[in-house]
Design a binder for this molecule. Structure first.
Ligand code: HEM
Length: 485
């Protein structure tokens, strides 16, 4: 029996290594963009590990040597970085129909019921899910309808900070956590149309956060097949989290099905709109709807809370910008509370938010794209098996497009009124572009702008003495002092 097990294991290992070798050689024969020479089986993983800063940062440093389109090899798979705005326009707009597939990474497969969510699916289901989310949740008329819920989130965050003010007249605020929880509660109400009990909300937050980090964790088995054998623990934890979420969401969904049409439920909540799609897409069962609602919650909270955190950190590091922003708010809005309807009259606020998204993009790259057939980009082959990443942050720091790109200077957006959608050019593209562009960009801009404006209107901000410099994944500790009215 033991001998049988040993032989089977060795056969599986040998077959995996042979498969990776064959796959690597097949792709090596293509005319791929240049890059460091890969080793068989491991590719350029040793170079990535030696660099230590992650693939996106390594790609930015490789640009000088290999150009703005280059290849790293993660095991058997080529990962192609496109750090050039013109080539990105070519791929996402001119050839958008071919560059809109997604790479099927195994961790995402586990939390999306086999790649069935908006960000992971392809073809007619993507079209239907995008149409659904834009029509019922994120389009202009729905954003207007959900404004009272957002107003509650803005008010809540101000009272959170006020209630943290101590006897010394100062509040210590971990900005990202505070914003995250308020946005989460708002998006939870959009997802299910009803307010959930506090303990259930807390558990959903915990499970979703952990599940998010596990799903985005580098999974080496996706690149070196044989190492999948050692990822059982990771896979099991993901499965457990998915199962717990299904248990938490099941009674909520069951109640929503019963209550359809009830006036106490916010109509057009995300879950209900997905029930309507079940007729055309039978694969949309409760388990897939759980994944879709989780995706909605994660994508709407992580990036937006990070963007608010980054902006507030920048305002603390640049008190003169904070002062000018306060003056603009005071002269335009006066003593009343800033409202979304004031935003068109606050050009400096808009410049501050855009400059913050430029200097520290919450999404440094697009999500991983894949092509539906062998395509050409910049004269190179882009095979269907390649992971293609568009280096949004690198466009924002390109010295040939931006004067002093590492300096935080909102004035540049007053002089050059670039929008967030890349309509004028792709030098500034925080939400990506084309068929897979972020569907939540308008909601995100509204929320970031009002959160920042309300916080600057009510408090004077500085970094907490022990705060680390802007920390992307963790968030920043700040101090708030109520302004004298
Ligand atoms: C500052 C805030 C945000 C930033 C910087 C951001 C950025 C992005 C980026 C770069 C992508 C990848 C596009 C691509 O792969 O080409 C994306 C996708 C996505 N975002 Fe956002 N996002 C933000 C907020 C939101 C919000 C509020 C929502 C609301 C639900 C949202 C929902 C999504 C979804 C569902 C996708 C996947 C779209 C698809 O694959 O078709 N995002 N986002």
């Amino acid at each position: 029996m033991d001998l049988f097990l040993v032989i089977t294991t060795l056969t599986v290992i040998a077959a995996s290594i042979l498969f990776d070798w064959w796959y690597f050689m097949k792709l090596r024969s293509k005319k791929l963009p240049p890059g460091p020479s890969p080793w068989p089986i491991v590719g350029t993983i040793p170079q990535v590990a030696k660099h230590g800063g992650g693939v996106t940062k390594l790609s930015q440093t490789l640009q000088g040597k290999y150009g703005k389109i280059h290849t790293l090899w993660l095991g058997r798979r080529p990962m192609i970085f496109v750090n050039d705005p013109e080539l990105t326009h070519d791929a996402l707009v001119k050839q958008g129909i071919y560059f809109s597939n997604r790479v099927k990474l195994s961790s995402f497969g586990l939390v999306t019921n086999g790649w069935k969510t908006l960000a992971t699916t392809e073809g007619s289901m993507t079209v239907a899910l995008r149409k659904n989310i834009m029509t019922h949740m994120l389009g202009p008329s729905r954003l207007k309808a959900f404004k009272p819920l957002r107003d509650r989130a803005y008010d809540a965050i101000i009272s959170d900070v006020k209630s943290a003010v101590g006897e010394d007249g100062v509040a210590q605020v971990h900005m990202r956590s505070v914003v995250y929880e308020r946005i989460f509660t708002f998006v939870l109400a959009l997802s299910f149309g009803v307010e959930l009990e506090e303990n259930i909300t807390k558990e959903i937050i915990l499970v979703l956060k952990e599940r998010f980090y596990l799903a985005f964790k580098f999974s080496i088995g996706d690149y070196i097949s044989v190492l999948k054998l050692f990822e059982g623990k990771h896979r099991n934890r993901l499965k457990q989290h998915q199962q717990r979420l299904e248990e938490l969401f099941a009674p909520i969904m069951e109640r929503l099905r019963r209550l359809q049409g009830d006036k106490s439920v916010i109509t057009g909540n995300y879950c209900e709109t997905l029930f309507q799609l079940e007729k055309d897409f039978p694969e949309l069962n409760d388990s897939v709807i759980t994944s879709l609602c989780s995706e909605f919650l994660n994508s709407a909270t992580h990036t937006t809370s990070l963007a608010v955190d980054n902006t507030m950190s920048q305002l603390c590091e640049h008190p003169q910008v904070q002062g000018r922003l306060y003056q603009e708010i005071e002269s335009v809005v006066g003593k009343k509370v800033v409202d979304e309807s004031d935003l068109p009259h606050l050009p400096y606020l808009s410049a501050v938010v855009r400059e913050s998204l430029r200097i520290k993009s919450p999404a440094a790259t697009s999500l991983a794209h894949a092509t539906s057939e062998l395509r050409k980009l910049g004269g190179y082959d882009i095979p269907t098996d390649a992971v293609v990443l568009f280096g949004l942050e690198s466009f924002h720091h390109d010295p040939s497009r931006w004067l002093e790109p590492s300096v935080f200077n909102p004035e540049r957006f007053l002089e050059n009124d670039l929008d967030i959608l890349g309509t004028q050019n792709f030098s500034f593209l925080p939400f990506s572009a084309g068929r897979r562009a972020c569907p939540g960009s308008q909601l995100a801009m509204l929320e970031i702008s009002v959160f920042v404006a309300r916080m600057v209107q009510t408090f004077e901000w500085e970094k907490a003495p022990d705060a680390k410099s802007v920390q992307a994944s963790v968030g920043t500790a700040l101090r708030a002092r109520p302004r004298s009215v």
